[in-house]
Ligand binder design. Structure first.
Ligand code: 1PR
Length: 681
């Protein structure tokens, strides 16, 4: 029997070498790696014939059978690691090209690590520390892992207790299976099935998007700084804690139900949230994984996080001005030109500079809207791509980009699909893309025909990248009517009657930056785009834009009560009270503002302080590590910064607000030395 198995293995080694030659170049094994990878050559062969077993279950079943010399050979081969030429500052990254991993790359570089990309399964086996930032959908990811032999290499690596960090889908793939477009077999490392959030449970919105709190259970050093702070999630599927997997679970999170937010066993970690998008808290998670020795023993005091926070989003409307410079502008009811003789495009700053500042000020998310994208071709608009690249280098909260996402044929006759446009945005650092005009046309078509074509940009992008990656931006204008039956659209009774005393209104959608009204209402559009695959709605209001008189709560209530996906209220914020008003009177998940932040009339921190005073949960920013270590070293002779920081962390909520007021200028001062203005963006 042992002879027989050895013969089979020799044959499989040869098969592996032959397959190697046939594989695409990027997945071809070096001879050294091919030898190291020989144990999973059997897997490559077997998965080509059968998809019924997960890589790890194959591995485990072979181990369970205790196949004498086979097992020995198996073990000795797998325990061999190439002489490590890597240093303490190298991290191996498994990127199978399915979405935005630029953010994790940037976070790793920001922490002083260089990155070695996995090219072959052997690279996984040889890694000193491996990060697997799973992006995209479960089935295609497993397909790649299966076809390349990476799956079994991952299982082997994990079973040997090598340092591993899976992120988001990188956590889900460790489970037995997923219901996402399935059932689909997973790697089978952790018992359990990944399923979709049940939106009927507690009326939650799916996807789960935003900053939520963890209940940290079994000790997991990498979560030491998380405590009761918020971290950023964006997903529709989750794994549930059970008796079978309880030894793995290191934290849970509540969203309608309790789901697994992180696992840990030995050196193997995985998190459902995105540390690379969770600001300083997330960077600390990465830092503690990459360099456990550096972890300070002193844990920062706990925050107050207990549930999904309401998000405060800074929006940057971007376009080229008449001189050809890319600028952040801001309109009054979408008119972005100065009312002077020159009639110039209003210039409120450089996009990258402002985005960095808002990150430091505590924005939970940043949106870039390429407001002339409807008439320009975004891939020809390379500055916008550059803006994303530069911003994502050191802004570690989610970035959304919109404008011009549609199919396009350029002057040379070359056709670009909206998927290509979106892919370029994702590659450049966007976490979500936002579709405006094209979603209106798709919704009109859908309502007219009653059938989905699957061909609209909205449908295609959400199918490939998941609906959590697709926002639909709605630009409606209020149209007053005397009677609800006057129009074939959803009409509401408005709080403030129209100029002629009209008590009713409908909200007409527009395209091309508000220039053209369309025969569809905001209510009809919102319902249709949810059906077509939108994961979130950015709800502007042309009447309120730039007016500073508050959000149109009638509109926000109408839409947020009608759909099951998160709604971002936008347009009209003038004071912190406008934010509490929209959260108290509607089901908005987030509120976005532009003008008041650009003109420095209301700092983001003041908005958050006010929301806290109103008992509305928001994320409180953790101070940067550099700042903290500085403070820790001065423990013996506490500086005023330290006293402020300590009391900020440990005080009651009311006291926090007062101290936060003190902290704000200090934080701003501490950043003033950072070079922020050397590039043209
Ligand atoms: O149609 O897919 O090319 O997308 C174009 C995108 O550009 C859409 O998201 C559309 O909302 C946006 N857009 C087009 N023209 C303008 C404009 O202002 N002339 N900006 C524009 C929309 C609205 C908000 C603004 C809030 C908050 N801007 O983004 O930031 O109203 O402002 P406030 O707090 O100052 O009131 P496509």
């Amino acid at each position: 029997m042992a002879m027989g198995m050895n013969t089979i293995l020799t044959f499989l080694d040869m098969t592996c070498a032959m397959l190697n030659l046939l594989w695409p170049k990027e997945f071809r094994l070096s001879m050294e790696a091919a030898t190291l990878a020989a144990p999973f050559s059997s897997y490559v062969t077997s998965t080509q014939n059968s998809s019924s077993s997960s890589p790890c279950s194959l591995l485990l079943s072979r181990k369970k059978k205790n196949l004498g010399s086979v097992n020995l050979r198996f073990k000795s081969r797998l325990s061999v690691r190439a002489s490590s030429s890597t240093s303490d500052s190298v991290v191996t990254l498994l990127d199978y090209g399915a979405g935005n991993v630029r953010s994790i790359r940037n976070a790793l570089r920001h922490l002083g690590f260089s990155i070695k990309d996995v090219q072959t399964p052997g690279d996984i086996l040889n890694a000193d520390r491996l990060i697997f930032p799973g992006v995209g959908a479960f089935a295609p990811a497993m397909d790649v892992l299966n076809k390349t032999g990476m799956g079994e290499a991952l299982c082997t690596y994990i079973e040997n207790d090598r340092p591993f960090l899976g992120i988001c889908l990188g956590l889900q793939l460790l489970f037995d299976s997923s219901e996402e477009n399935g059932p689909v077999k997973g790697l089978g490392v952790i018992p359990g099935t990944v399923g979709r959030f049940d939106s009927s449970a507690g009326g939650i919105r799916v996807p789960h998007i935003g900053w939520n709190a963890l209940q940290v259970g079994n000790a997991s050093d990498i979560l030491d700084d998380v405590g009761n702070r918020h971290v950023y999630f964006v997903h529709s599927y989750r794994a549930i804690p059970s008796n079978e997997n309880k030894d793995w679970v290191s934290s849970t999170c509540h969203y309608g139900e309790s789901f697994i937010s992180s696992i840990r066993r030995g050196n193997v970690h995985a998190v459902q949230f995105h540390p690379e998008k969770s600001g300083e808290v997330g960077l600390s998670v990465l830092r503690r994984f990459l360099d456990p020795k550096s972890s300070s023993k002193q844990k920062p005091e706990e925050g107050k996080a207990s549930k999904l926070a309401k998000r405060v989003i800074a929006c940057l409307d971007v376009r080229t001005n008449d001189k050809g410079d890319l600028v952040v502008t801001k309109g009054d009811q979408y008119d972005v030109r100065e009312q002077s003789n020159e009639n110039e495009v209003r210039n409120l700053g450089k996009p990258v500079d402002l985005a960095r500042q808002y990150y430091k000020d505590g924005a939970d998310e940043i949106s870039f809207l390429n407001i002339t994208g409807f008439r320009d071709f975004p891939l020809g608009d390379l500055p916008m791509i550059q803006v994303l690249r530069y911003t994502s280098e050191n802004v570690f909260v989610p970035l959304t980009v919109g404008g011009g996402i549609r199919d396009f044929t350029d002057a040379t006759g070359r056709y670009y699909s909206s998927l290509e446009v979106a892919a370029e945005y994702f590659r450049s650092g966007a976490d979500k893309i936002s579709i405006g005009s094209d979603a209106v046309y798709a919704a009109e078509e859908f309502i007219k025909s009653g059938a989905k074509t699957g061909k609209s940009s909205l449908e295609q992008i959400s199918r490939v990248y998941g609906n959590q990656a697709v926002v639909v931006s709605i630009d409606p204008r209020r149209v007053y009517v005397n009677d609800p039956d006057d129009v074939p659209y959803k009409v509401i009774k408005v709080t403030n009657p129209g100029p002629n005393g009209e008590e009713y209104a409908w909200y007409q959608c527009t395209v091309s930056g508000g220039r053209e009204g369309r025969p569809i209402g905001a209510y009809e559009l919102a319902k249709a785009v949810e059906e077509l695959g939108a994961g979130e709605i950015l709800l502007n209001c042309i009447d309120c834009d730039g007016q500073g008189k508050g959000f149109d709560t009638d509109l926000v209530k109408l839409i947020s009560d009608s759909v099951g996906i998160p709604v971002i209220a936008s347009s009209g914020a003038g004071t912190p009270e406008h934010f509490s008003e929209v959260f108290e009177t509607t089901n908005a998940s987030a509120a976005l503002a532009a003008g008041i932040f650009h003109r420095k009339e209301v700092p983001i921190q003041s908005v958050k302080e006010h929301l806290l005073e109103k008992s509305i949960e928001v994320r409180i920013k953790m101070q940067p590590r550099e700042h903290l270590s500085l403070l820790h070293t001065s423990d013996e002779h506490p500086s005023s910064d330290l006293l402020v920081y300590k009391s900020y962390c440990s005080s009651s909520q009311t006291r926090q607000h007062n101290v936060a007021r003190l902290l704000l200028p200090l934080t701003v001062c501490s950043f003033s030395s950072i070079n922020m203005g050397t590039d043209p963006y």
